[in-house]
Design a binder for this molecule. Structure first.
Ligand SMILES: [Fe+2]
Length: 439
């Protein structure tokens, strides 16, 4: 029998013994893919809350499971919220994949493995006709389009997903637990096809740190801006937020602008534009929109379109730059609606012709698709849109795009409110690309 004092000491320790044992968090979660931009590669990113090794075991689908393996590394991310929650973000790049081959994989370490997922390595041929789903403004709460996107992605309808800013609402909330749950929500899409992103205003808290740490886009900018090629398209992802959050560094705005110029110059070299004639941009806040909410795009002198005069030196906008380098298609979100614009430059419409506006358009085509679903619901429209507004919808939904070949791109809008009905579609047809196509 224990002496009375020893029993008393143990009893007084009991609450500590019960409460003081933290769980072990070595199980991988929040698995998602991204394309590093190098043919034959795929990057797997996931989270654990205790430190583990970072391994992916994989194999050709239908062959022997996990006969190949790759290792990577984990970086510690400490959220800036009160609790300073810690997580390890693991990144492993698979290389030497056979284009268009399907692979099964799991990720983790000997301390815990994920479920088995599969993906198809992106086809690196310039005659490949990739199919995209694209949208912005998808949140943890009221993610109305998510179930349809999950099913369609798993059915193999998409090669790539583009999420054009505003995630989770917001990634950092509840000490980044909302971010964790959102990344779990999109796993059933993002673990199967590359999930390519750009930052939006909802990522701004703590200088975009949840966004920068959780995603793994190509290049060295912590996913803020980058470009990559697929099929006959050169795709540029950018941060419109550099025009609004000057407190995080006005130099970012100029840095991105210089990078965009260089990237567009390179993409326009005759030998490059000949094989990747389509230049498609994605950025969160549009240059134009006809919503009734006082956002930047509702103003004639939108920062994104025309730049800012209140910085030193004045900051150039993007419209002239994109026009000069013959950007064909500009994808935006932020407005919680869908809007298709006629080919537009300088606030004026430049249709190819009256009968066929998108056949050899004389200015870039803009699509705004921010109605995937979030807690902020749908935005109202201005009852008197300008003449560049071609089609508008306040249904929840998302956009499908196929870059069919060097002359044809197809876009359609899916309404989730109407159970998946296609409510808008266009063919953009261009026999000529680049600045000279406008003349
Ligand atoms: Fe936004």
């Amino acid at each position: 029998m224990l002496p009375a004092y020893a029993a008393y000491a143990m009893l007084s320790l009991a609450p500590i013994l019960v409460l003081g044992v933290p769980p072990i968090w070595t199980q991988p979660e929040q698995v998602h893919l991204s394309y590093p931009g190098v043919p034959g590669s795929m990057l797997v990113t996931w989270t654990t809350f205790n430190k583990t090794e970072s391994k992916v075991e994989y194999g050709v689908l239908g062959g022997r499971l996990f006969d190949m393996a790759a290792t990577g590394s984990a970086s510690l991310f400490v959220d800036s919220g009160e609790e300073k929650r810690k997580m390890y973000i693991h990144r492993v790049t698979l290389t030497g994949l056979k284009p268009a081959s399907a692979y099964a994989y799991h990720c983790g370490s000997d301390a815990g493995w994920s479920d088995v997922f599969y993906f198809t390595a992106l086809n690196d041929s310039t005659s490949f006709s990739p199919r995209f789903a694209l949208y912005g403004d998808l949140g943890n709460e009221n993610p109305q389009s998510l179930a349809r996107l999950q099913k369609e992605t798993q059915l193999g309808m998409y090669d790539v997903i583009l999420h054009i800013g505003d995630f989770a609402y917001d990634l950092h909330e509840d000490n980044a637990r909302i971010g964790d749950e959102f990344m779990r929500q999109i796993q059933s899409i993002a673990a199967y096809v590359p999930y390519m992103t750009c930052p939006g205003n909802h990522e701004a808290t703590y200088n975009f740190s949840n966004y920068r740490n959780r995603f793994s886009m190509p290049g060295q900018t912590e996913s803020l801006w980058y470009s990559w090629d697929l099929g006959s398209a050169h795709i540029i992802s950018l941060s419109t937020e550099v025009y609004f959050y000057l407190m995080f560094g006005q130099e970012l705005l100029f840095k991105q602008y210089e990078w965009l110029k260089k990237d567009l110059e390179e993409a326009n070299k005759p030998e490059n534009r000949a094989v990747r004639p389509w230049i498609i941009t994605m950025g969160h806040r549009p240059m134009y929109c006809s919503d009734d909410d006082q956002d930047d795009c509702t103003k004639f002198d939108s920062y994104v379109r025309l730049g800012r005069n209140d910085t030193k030196p004045p900051a150039p906008g993007l419209e002239d730059l994109f026009y000069r380098y013959g950007v064909d298609l500009e994808l935006w979100a932020h407005e919680h609606t869908y809007e298709r614009l006629w080919p537009v430059y300088g606030d004026k419409v430049y249709n190819g012709s009256t009968e066929q506006p998108y056949m050899n358009p004389k200015a870039p085509v803009h699509i705004i698709t921010g109605s995937a679903g979030c807690r902020e619901k749908i935005d109202p429209f201005n009852p008197n849109p300008k003449e560049w507004s071609a089609f508008r919808s306040r249904d929840y939904g998302y956009t499908r795009m196929q870059v069919v070949n060097s002359t044809h791109v197809y876009l359609e809008q899916v309404s989730d409110d109407q159970y998946g009905k296609v409510i808008d579609s266009i063919w953009v047809v261009k026999e000529k690309h680049g600045f000279s196509a406008w003349l």
